[in-house]
Design a protein. Sequence first.
Lengths: 338, 355
Amino acid sequence: MPEPLLEVKDLSVHFPTDDGLVKAVDGISFSVQPGETLGVVGESGSGKSVSFLTVMGLITRKQAQIEGEIIFQGQDLLMLPSDEMRTVQGAKLSMIFQDPMTSLHPYYKVGVQIGEAIRVHQKVSKQEAREQAIEMLRRVGIPRPDERADQYPHEFSGGMRQRAMIAMALSLNPDLLIADEPTTALDVTVQAQILDLIDRLREEFNAAVVIITHDLGVVAEHCDHIQVMYAGKIVEAGDRRDIYYNSHHPYTWGLLSSIPRMDETGDKERLVPIRGLPPSLIFPPPGCAFHPRCPHAFDKCSTDIPDLLPSDGHHASRCHLTLADKERIFKEEVLVRS
Amino acid sequence: MSVQVNERAEPEPATSETPLIRVHGLRKFFPITRGILFQKRVGDVHAVDGVDLEVFKGETVGLVGETGCGKSTLARVIMRLYEATEGTVEFEGQDITHVKGKDLRELRREMQMIFQDPFASLNPRKTVGSIVGTPFRLHGTVPRNKVKGEVQQLMELVGLNPEHYNRYPHEFSGGQRQRIGVARSLALRPKLIVCDEPVSALDVSIQAQVLNLLEDLQEEFNLTYLFIAHDLSVVKHVSDRVAVMYLGKIVETAKGPTLYRTPKHPYTGALLSAVPIADPDLAAAKKRIILEGDVPSPIDPPSGCRFHPRCPNAQLPKCSDDEPQLERQSTGQLAACHFPLADRIIQTGNGDDSR
């Protein structure tokens, strides 16, 4: 097995607040191989964004209690002094955010903003940076990039702004691109364009990509590996086929059953929502954090925290049910809908 | 009820029943002006540009389209929040396009709206009890001393704890806030509820809860929904009929399953192919129609068929000269296209075999 590009070991991110300690991320371990696309799925507050903001060094020990290791290309990012971390941020690790309007500065021309990112890391003149910025805008499919570079973000449509963000994120040829809900604010047609663009650029730049999303559809089409997060923990991880055709965790089943399907042929099939609400991260339920919402919970679930146990190969899940039960319930209750 | 819905799912021109809402030739233009002292009209945003639509009692009509296609404007003209530029809106056979004063107030009881953003559509400084009770106070349908009881009944109905009467919106989660919005819209027992992207701000599991709630309420109160969303899978799930809008016009209307099986308008096909499917095999087998570019400006819409500059099937000069009208297709739906699609977009999944 090749050396992973990113390896996160037992990462915890806890925020002290007036109400208590918010356990936003609670002991997660995973790795990202060079060139692969990892999908991270979960609801609001599941810790999916916080864990990658920590990887990016955007959440630091100043704001939170961080434990564990984040090994990126052989060095632990949590141990790096901040000036060295800055040479990694943006150049080797890069991130695009959900809302392209708030993540571009409204006062500066788009070309200048992309050029600035380049000039922070490379000794180039303003003119060269501008030329590189135009070249990047062209590569992400923005028509007339030389004119567009001199426009302000408000002159761009939502999809175009997200393309500009991607251009900025890729301008230094990073090894890992983290896309945090890159298409949630966009129309479906534009979403398809952007996801295809990310796929194409991943091959072109030979970067690994992490897509953070709450939409199981997005990851079905674009990710090799998927991990599902709930209440700060990874509850299931596996290859794409494992998650969609042989899922082993009731939370994943709940997610799969609650999306309306395009291919339902009956008049109106009822959705099966997950009952209840996501738990408090300050006082998580004892035992498995999902047990108050889980239709298959039994005594042990409210007392013992299940471990993330592998069943075969990459596939692992955090649930007390026996493998036979999981396979049976998935077949009988989840797969029948699809 | 469902049988009735099926029969009139594709309304024939000569239907005997009066629709709850009938929109005819509706246009809404927003003027663009220049100058400060002497404002000169230099153009118009053609937000809604000639829409015909009928919504029957007890049915759910979905309205889909990209940002800026005019779906929200259409809903707001129907709700009389905007004044129509041209055309008529009828409610139960009566022309309501220009009603004013007392009549308009009466009408407001019959039509209510649920908004997209449950954080922006509830006043943060009022308690839930006050928010949900406001319609009663404004319209005086319930004596003042009974308002609290009514509000608590409504809260229970939408799945909120009635004891939370005195709480403020920030104490609720997104899904619960949307339930507050639903309770408020139900207060006056309206006949029509316009849902403007009611679930797009919610997580999937919560989204399913709210969609199911809307379905239950429809059955209980015989509600009629006009359901607006950009997510085709949500719209298809809740709607009896779906209308697809592009740049101020309806380009296709059909029953949900028909639309999914045999879309006729290339724009519908493109929308369908863009929806991510949570099934890797189906997703891989899907036919992709990638639309290039963005929606053109509604200030100066393209000539002929408005979709022709982005359409993969466009044949010039017919498509750029001749504007297609909504016509009945062999598969039953109405579509406005000179060269309708022939193929399916999404292939039959494994699921269909096991059914």
